[in-house]
Design a binder for this molecule. Structure first.
Ligand SMILES: Nc1ncnc2c1ncn2[C@@H]1O[C@H](COP(=O)(O)OP(=O)(O)OP(=O)(O)O)[C@@H](O)[C@H]1O
Length: 233
């Protein structure tokens, strides 16, 4: 298994943002993580990437990386995106992709050009992010995450701010990450996107996993319905 967390826990004072989370993502797989506001989804990404102190194990290919700081985890190919677009606005689209190198320079250049082609960004490679539509900026952000040749990609609301058509346009690029051999964890409030892209889904509520299984089974879960609607089915 590429990623496996065991009993992962994060407390902020008295708030149990994560409370004993066991979650797994294999390579070539897109796994969804959904849940109501404040359920702990972003905190999960923060913990796996080393952005927040936590308890429990974070196994990457069986090795516990929990003792390692964020930069070492990134160096092992654990890459995240942020809810806010963290693009470098003074760099062109191509430069944004070139700066996230992991590995040999020539391979990286080839990879960046492949990504520009694949995501229809070649024609804007010399533009600055601010001059692009929000949808295109999201693609640049995804492509930049890919450019570093990640083993595990953690996507935090890549469809935020997109309309439903643009949002479903992310489905292919996200699946492309998995086809390239990475493991992908996708957080998004667009449940249609998550269910259409993901092989398996976890649902968090108050820091605990309340559902884990195939996306198709989610609509039958009373626990999920109660978490989202606040009332028993
Ligand atoms: N730095 C922090 N300090 C204190 N409490 C925090 C901090 N970050 C998150 N929390 C709390 O931890 C819980 C989980 O928050 P988190 O942002 O992980 O939820 P989320 O599922 O990503 O929510 P959303 O869907 O709204 O982005 C919430 O109760 C939140 O208020």
């Amino acid at each position: 298994m590429l990623l496996q967390t065991r009993d992962l826990a994060v407390h902020f004072g008295g708030v149990k943002a994560l409370d004993g989370v066991d979650l797994a993502v294999d390579r070539g797989e897109v796994v969804g993580l959904i849940g109501p506001n404040g359920a702990g989804k972003t905190t999960f990404i923060d913990a796996v990437t080393g952005f927040v102190p936590h308890r429990g194990e974070v196994l990457l290919d069986g090795v516990d990386i929990a003792p390692q700081p964020a930069y070492r985890r990134a160096g092992r190919g654990v890459i995240r995106t942020f809810q806010q677009l963290e693009l470098y606005n003074d760099l062109s689209v191509m430069e944004n992709l070139l700066v996230s190198r992991r590995g040999a320079r020539s391979e990286h250049h080839e990879r960046v050009h492949r990504l520009l082609d694949r995501y229809g960004l070649h024609e804007v490679k010399d533009s600055f992010p601010e001059d692009l539509s929000h949808g295109r900026q999201r693609l640049v952000s995804l492509a930049r995450a890919l450019a570093s040749d990640p083993r595990l990609v953690l996507l935090d609301e890549p469809a935020a701010g997109l309309d439903s058509k643009e949002s479903l346009g992310l489905a292919d690029p996200v699946r492309g990450l998995a086809r390239d051999g990475a493991g992908v964890l996708l957080i998004d409030h667009d449940v249609d996107l998550v269910l259409s892209v993901c092989d398996r889904v976890y649902v968090l509520d108050f820091g605990k996993v309340i559902f884990a299984g195939p996306a198709a089974d989610i609509s039958g879960s009373d626990a999920v319905r109660t978490a989202y609607l606040g009332v028993p089915a």
